[in-house]
Ligand binder design. Sequence first.
Ligand SMILES: Nc1ncnc2c1ncn2[C@@H]1O[C@H](COP(=O)(O)OP(=O)(O)OP(=O)(O)O)[C@@H](O)[C@H]1O
Ligand SMILES: [Mg+2]
Length: 268
Amino acid sequence: MELVSLVRLEGVAKHVILPDDTRLDILRGIDLEIAAGDHVAIVGRSGSGKSTLLNLMGMLDAPSEGSVAFRGEPVRRMRKARLDRLRGRNVGFVFQQFNLLAGRSALENVMMPLGYARGREFWTRRTAATRMLERVGLGHRIESTPEQLSGGEQQRVAIARALVRRPALILADEPTGALDVETGASVMSLLDEIASEADAALVTITHDLNVAARARRHYRLDAGVLTAFALDLPANAAAADASGLAASVDDGTDPEPAAEAEPVEVAS
Ligand SMILES: Nc1ncnc2c1ncn2[C@@H]1O[C@H](COP(=O)(O)OP(=O)(O)OP(=O)(O)O)[C@@H](O)[C@H]1O
Ligand SMILES: [Mg+2]
């Protein structure tokens, strides 16, 4: 299969100035390319910059240094209206905090991204949203508001909302964080399924080894520095968590030491 670059980060750094005037380096020297059909997992400690990186990939935020390109086009050169349209059409976010609209039903939340669509996609939005809610197991709760739903149910609404427009790039920030193992597994299958139906790329941030194991490429983020690593999955390590695993990659005993974070090996 030919390599279709979806999003490419080159020399990306992100820093902010804190209220006491010191500079906080959140991300440093990030080179990463995501292609259509790719599935990448990113692990890393709390505060290592994972959500910040996801926001940059999804063109929600701009880097302090370096460049982000979407389908070969530098994001910083795009006008805001076009950028918003491009993002709305192509990027499905599952936010860590879900970001559902309060007081609106699950159905309205999931229909929301289709409110910007045109033609058939717009006119069939209620059906499409209902089907997607059924696929995440919430067909019976479409009229419930986030306040009336459990954390895991809200997370599934957020996933349905991210997928309903069949985005080319799915960015999922701990998509199973609020789910039990079984529901998490079925939600991850759904993410995989929708991604492959549309040849979409899936980037998953996770602490769960079972979730990371579904990805084809693995990276860890450590204090803002991204490194590829080979996920060797011992059959009996299924219950271990991904950060523990990432640590074991560093102990020198791994036959395949952490590789440079570098050009993608793309699906064939
Ligand atoms: N706008 C901001 N202003 C100041 N600090 C920020 C800002 N955005 C992020 N940070 C800091 O950057 C670091 C990385 O944040 P980020 O949310 O990307 O971490 P994370 O890896 O997603 O963590 P978690 O696993 O807890 O979600 C944190 O220390 C955070 O406090
Ligand atoms: Mg985060």
